[in-house]
Design a protein around this ligand. Sequence first.
Ligand SMILES: [Zn+2]
Length: 57
Amino acid sequence: MNHQSLGYKGNKQSLPVKQCVVCERPMSWRKKWAQNWDEVKYCSDACRKLTKHRETQ
Ligand SMILES: [Zn+2]
């Protein structure tokens, strides 16, 4: 046992996760995002519409 094994879970749940920029909830990789995962910022259309009020950042 070494310390590097801590925090690494060698299971199947290694799909990428990112945070929605609006609601800040973690969202798991989805197959429909396979082509544009880097561009995905919102967990849903609802959040994507909400961001229009926050575009000042
Ligand atoms: Zn969201």
